[in-house]
Design a binder for this molecule. Sequence first.
Ligand code: APR
Length: 260
Amino acid sequence: MDDTKTASLIEFLAGARRVVALTGAGISAESGVPTFRGKDGLWRQYRAESLATPEAFSRDPALVWEWYDWRRGLIAPVGPNPGHEVLAAWEERFENFAVITQNVDGLHRKAGTRNLLELHGNIWRARCTREGTVRELPATPLPRVPPLCPDCGALLRPDIIWFGEPLDPDVLDRAFALSAGCQALFVIGTSSVVQPAASLPAAAARAGARVIEVNLEPTPLTPYADHFIAGPAGRVLPSLDRQLREWTDPGHSSGKGRSS
Ligand code: APR
């Protein structure tokens, strides 16, 4: 993005009050969590149909749990990266800031983000297939595969939205309300192909928000975004944050102080 466009974006953000970030697997890539459709992405190695669908689970719950526990084993030792950390800090910078994530890795929460919507669930939680109760399932490797509900003995399933399953309607409504109510929507590290998350930027744009995409490469969203910033989120977000701080720091010639 050229300097003039960057400066206008920073000036705009310096005055913005309601800002939302929609994130995908790309924001966790620099933490060492594999993406889905990238070069060594999970869906290049494994068939989603045989691992991330309700049909796959009813066919072979142990196989599905082995795969999720393998992913939990990958995620457990890693931590948030500067991309997650800047978004957590932006809860203090902007009057209204929220993160809507497609990620199930829990790294936004680990970075300190509180205003968080997890569209696709969380890999550290499980749900009872009989009672529907949701519980934390922190231990990996799992002591027993497949894990059973300690209350009723029924099968537990990962608290994750699988392909072909509807998202939690309350979570989805809040995600669209946040997107349609913000002045700026960041779309970070997502291939923007999976619905309904991929429709959130259009809802924001329709309501007059600026859409700012951060990705290593263009996506189907890029032609419609107001700004496309090419680069790794773990570098782009700290750079934007630094420029914002310089802009809003009273010492900066055209600074205006914190957006109030
Ligand atoms: N910084 C920014 N973007 C990155 C980085 C990075 N360091 N690394 C990869 N990317 C980009 C890739 O270019 C790609 O566009 O992140 C995107 C990751 O896309 P996907 O792997 O398709 O992941 P995502 O968009 O989150 O997938 C959506 O699909 O498989 C389902 O439920 C799963 O939540 C997931 C959903």
